[in-house]
Design a protein. Structure first.
Length: 317
């Protein structure tokens, strides 16, 4: 019996609160929900890892080389749960709720520190008995992966950056994007998280949102503290932070940047293309869009494995 399918459905829909790539909430309602077979093959080991005032909820499955999946805005690792069974055939695949998100708590909430967030990952790597890991960072989670490459490269085997937005490197729109980001934060300070989220979505998709269907809107309700934490402690850092890509390139860590074919022309996809030119690394186009690990986890697992394998062979060659 799959008694948890309805719970997975609501958790999955809630993930789209942080995915402005979707044009409306009705589109999120059409995503494929975890099947009984997938749910039954999802058998992770859970643990709690402490680091610098945070208790990090971590889970992993499989054996082999370590692969750590890092979530972006919203920070909940359960976005990857449907892909974990397939990935675990080739890796010990681990993910976690980033500090202050999901079931990971912090003693004193504070602004996101990329160095501290990178040390969260190194602590997880060591807690799992490894000295190195391949990293997959999606969206702003890629900034944390890049910080590891800069500050703690000895822990990094390879990196796959999936549509990671770096505002300052955009040649024709960095000023406008930065202004827009600060305007979103001002909206949060004046009107609250819900208003800021709608303004953020509009700034990404650049088209007005369609009114949501009432049932879908009800499904997509998410705890207000999640939105508040994102905008209060993370949003400005993710919008303004610029990793030193020259330093990353000098680390000689194998890296690939990725965009989804359905994301073509969107800010985070264009940013990925520019990163690949600066890093002089492979750029890959995958099926799907910004949340392919949710909408098509089997394809995501296959494409991620192929990309990591390419990086491994490139490094060995």
């Amino acid at each position: 019996m799959c008694n948890n399918l309805e719970e997975f459905r609501h958790r999955k829909l809630a993930l789209f609160d942080f995915n402005p790539h979707f044009q409306d909430i009705a589109a999120a309602s059409s995503i494929r929900i975890m099947t009984c077979d997938t749910l039954q093959s999802f058998k992770p080991v859970y643990l709690t890892v402490g680091n610098e005032g945070a208790s990090l909820k971590v889970w992993h499955q499989g054996d082999g080389p370590l692969l750590v999946l890092i979530q972006g805005g919203g920070g909940n690792g359960d976005a990857f749960n449907e892909a974990i069974p397939n990935l675990s055939r080739n890796y010990k695949v681990a993910t976690y709720d980033r500090r202050g998100n999901g079931q990971s708590t912090v003693i004193n909430p504070r602004m996101l520190n990329p160095m501290e967030s990178a040390r969260d990952v190194t602590t997880i790597i060591k807690a799992l008995g490894y000295t190195k890991a391949s990293l997959f960072g999606t969206s702003s989670g890629g900034l944390i992966a890049l910080q590891l490459a800069m500050s703690y490269p000895k822990y990094v085997e390879s990196i796959v950056l999936h549509e990671t937005p770096i505002t300052s490197i955009m040649p024709n729109e960095s000023i406008a994007r930065m202004d827009s980001g600060y305007a979103v934060f001002e909206s949060y300070m004046e009107k609250g998280a819900a208003a800021a989220l709608e303004q953020f979505r509009a700034s990404i998709r650049e088209t007005p949102a369609e009114p949501p269907h009432s049932d879908a809107a009800k499904d997509q309700q998410v705890a207000p503290h999640r939105l508040d934490y994102f905008f209060r402690y993370e949003f400005l850092i993710f919008i303004t932070y610029t990793p030193n890509l020259s330093q990353v390139r000098a680390s000689r860590i194998p890296i690939a940047t990725v965009e989804g074919v359905e994301s073509k022309g969107v800010f985070h996809a264009t940013s990925a293309q520019i990163q690949s030119k600066i890093l002089k690394c492979r750029h890959v186009v995958w099926p799907g869009a910004h949340a392919v690990f949710v909408t098509n986890p089997e394809v995501f697992a296959e494409e991620l494995h192929k990309t990591i394998q390419f990086l491994q062979h490139q490094h060995e060659g």
